[in-house]
Design a protein. Structure first.
Length: 244
């Protein structure tokens, strides 16, 4: 479930989008992706969008139940690109885990507010999976090379206070902090902000898939290790990877 609320109490044109599956720690399933696409359409004329998750998490990752992985991946990409295509700023208000797909949603926000204890990371290497090159590029631009390498090559998770010092988290605080900031931004010149966002989003190089990278990702997703990683996760035990 995704809740979309107009929050003119904090600033004209502020829309709050909330991932609301607390029983699944806001894991993103296919219905959530479709609801996020609807939310983006509803926010087409917003001044600021605040994206958050209902307690106790921002989003614990992807929930692939009941949908083919290729369909899920394609629609996740549409959602991620949809947030970057919005002409207004998107603020991620992170309180709790933002892992996997949750970290991807945090990465496509323009600005990030997080509590000190929140954690952000991509546990793909614990599941035998490889994320797409577009997302890797987005992480390097938003979080920096060093943090991205830690997340992807060592499955490191980073606390909000550490990321605030490093730069990817712009302010420490909770949802109220993010909404107050959204209200301030909503009072700025919207055409200036739109022009700047379009310029920023045009800076990264073309995100075309390199054939060898795409092949490596496909091999990982189809591997016995990927099956073992997901089974181990469900069985709450350490995975036994063989490289096959």
């Amino acid at each position: 479930m995704v809740r979309v609320e107009q929050r003119d109490d904090v600033g004209t044109g502020v829309i709050l989008v909330t991932l609301d599956r607390p029983e699944r720690r806001n894991a993103v399933d296919h219905d959530t992706l479709l609801a996020l696409l609807d939310a983006q359409r509803a926010a087409a004329h917003a001044r600021v969008v605040v994206l958050t998750g209902a307690p106790p998490a921002f989003s614990a990752g992807a929930d692939l139940a009941g949908v083919r992985e290729d369909v899920f991946a394609a629609d996740l990409r549409r959602v991620l690109e949809g947030f970057t295509d919005l002409t207004c700023p998107v603020i991620a208000a992170i309180d709790g885990p933002a892992l996997g797909a949750g970290a991807q949603l945090a990465a496509v926000a323009d600005l990030r507010v997080a509590t000190a204890e929140s954690i952000i990371g991509v546990p793909a290497a614990k599941l035998g999976l490889v994320i797409d090159r577009w997302t890797v590029s987005r992480f390097t631009h938003e979080f920096g090379w060093a943090i991205t390498r830690g997340m992807l090559l060592a499955a490191e998770v980073y606390r909000g206070d550490r990321l605030h010092i490093a730069g990817p988290v712009h302010r420490l605080g909770d949802l109220d902090t993010a909404l107050a900031w959204a209200g301030e931004i909503a009072g700025l010149a919207p055409l200036s902000i739109t022009g700047h966002k379009l310029a920023i989003e045009s800076l990264p190089p073309e995100h075309r898939e390199a054939p060898h990278v795409e092949s490596a990702r496909d091999s990982a997703w189809a591997s016995a290790d990927a099956h073992e990683g997901r089974r181990a996760f469900l069985e709450k035990r350490p995975p036994r990877f063989t490289g096959e």
